[in-house]
Design a protein around this ligand. Structure first.
Ligand SMILES: Cc1cc2nc3c(=O)[nH]c(=O)nc-3n(C[C@H](O)[C@H](O)[C@H](O)COP(=O)(O)OP(=O)(O)OC[C@H]3O[C@@H](n4cnc5c(N)ncnc54)[C@H](O)[C@@H]3O)c2cc1C
Length: 328
């Protein structure tokens, strides 16, 4: 069994910052970074923005260069998922059966995306977005299709819809909530976003949910509760995250895909959100503005700008909500 002074479980921003802070504070001894990710820690904000649009590459996203880990004596255990810990013995056990011991243990495993518990959620072409490889896969899929459905109108959904729109895809944004960014509790901001996204050609469906993803070998249609089926070669589900901590319960995977730890659960809404008991009619917002109809009438999109004007990215949305560090 290998021994370390400090083991850090998780390979995200928190872990990279912790290594730097630990060393700067005089922390000595061997450090192991144990991460389910396949690459050294990177910034996730570009994954829904510049990296997704092909304006940045993997190297641009790194928190620290490779040399930082070599220089600080870090043993990198990548693609290594921790399955359980034993605080009494000061050990961790990885999914591939290896044990490691340390005097100190830092858990920084972040979160995994929630999945939609609907038919077809596992079809190729249906994505969640958390990792660099997720973003790469969405980017590649976007190059192969014209139509995309984005599910969820929180940060991830809004940003991905904006980026895919800027990539000239026909984007339908499906929001269970009538208000976009409903966490803000601001109908005024929501209406401004509806207008903005509509002007940029995004078809915004509010008060609606996905019934099923359909397709033979891969996604081609998204069925909605309100009735219409939307053609889509690509769908991105952004319906929140949950802490990646199931390994603490010693009961299986905390997979960074979220698929195994969440399978079988009702995953379409945060626990604190009451279920929708009487579903409002879907509100479809047409090009140029607010809610214009409740039916299945195809929406007239605003003409595309030919790529010259900016898409409704985070930078152009009014009143960015409470997360002050969001950038890029
Ligand atoms: C697409 C996207 C865009 C974002 N944009 C912004 C933004 O603009 N502004 C902003 O402030 N925030 C943004 N965020 C949120 C921000 O990225 C997170 O707050 C940040 O990633 C949290 O860092 P973390 O290190 O705590 O966790 P994470 O980044 O989630 O890292 C967790 C790490 O733990 C690993 N892990 C999990 N379970 C295990 C296990 N059992 N064994 C081993 N390793 C494990 C994972 O593989 C991962 O490496 C965005 C997030 C995403 C996904």
């Amino acid at each position: 069994m290998s021994d370390f002074e400090l083991i850090i479980v998780g390979g995200g921003l928190a872990s990279a910052r912790a290594i730097r802070a630990y060393r700067e504070a005089g922390g000595e001894g061997t450090i192991a970074l144990v991460s389910a990710d396949s690459t050294i820690p990177y910034h996730r904000p570009p994954l829904s923005k510049r990296y997704l649009r092909g304006e940045a590459e993997q190297a641009d996203t790194l928190v620290e260069p490779h040399a930082f880990y070599n220089g600080n004596g870090i043993e990198l255990l990548l693609e290594t998922e921790v399955a359980s810990i034993d605080p009494g013995k000061h050990t961790i056990t990885t999914r591939d059966g290896h044990d490691y011991r340390s005097r100190k243990l830092l858990l920084a495993t972040g979160a995994v995306p929630r999945q939609l518990d609907v038919d077809g959620a596992e079809l190729p072409g249906v994505f969640t977005l958390r990792s660099l490889s997720d973003s790469t896969a969405i980017r590649e899929a976007a190059a192969e299709t014209r139509d995309a459905v984005v599910v969820g109108s929180g940060f991830i959904g809004m940003e991905v819809a904006a980026s895919l729109s800027e990539l000239e895809l026909d984007v339908t944004l499906v929001s269970r909530d009538v208000d976009l960014f409903s966490q803000l509790g601001s109908p005024e901001i929501s209406e401004r976003l509806v207008t903005l996204y509509g002007e940029r050609g995004v078809d915004v469906l509010r008060g609606d949910e996905v019934r099923a993803f359909r397709g033979h070998s891969r996604l081609d249609t998204v069925e909605l509760h309100s009735g219409p089926a939307v053609g889509a070669g690509l769908a991105v589900v952004g319906v929140g995250v949950q802490p990646a901590v199931s390994f603490l319960e010693g009961r299986g995977s905390s997979s960074t895909t979220g698929s195994s730890s969440t399978r079988g659960m009702r995953r379409t809404r945060p626990a604190s959100t009451p279920p929708v008991t009487s579903r409002p009619s879907s509100i479809r917002s047409s090009a140029g503005g607010g809610a214009s109809s409740t039916g299945r009438t195809p929406t007239t999109r605003a003409p595309r700008s030919g790529g010259s004007s900016p898409a409704p990215t985070a930078a152009t949305t009014p009143s960015r909500p409470s997360s002050p560090n969001r950038s890029d």
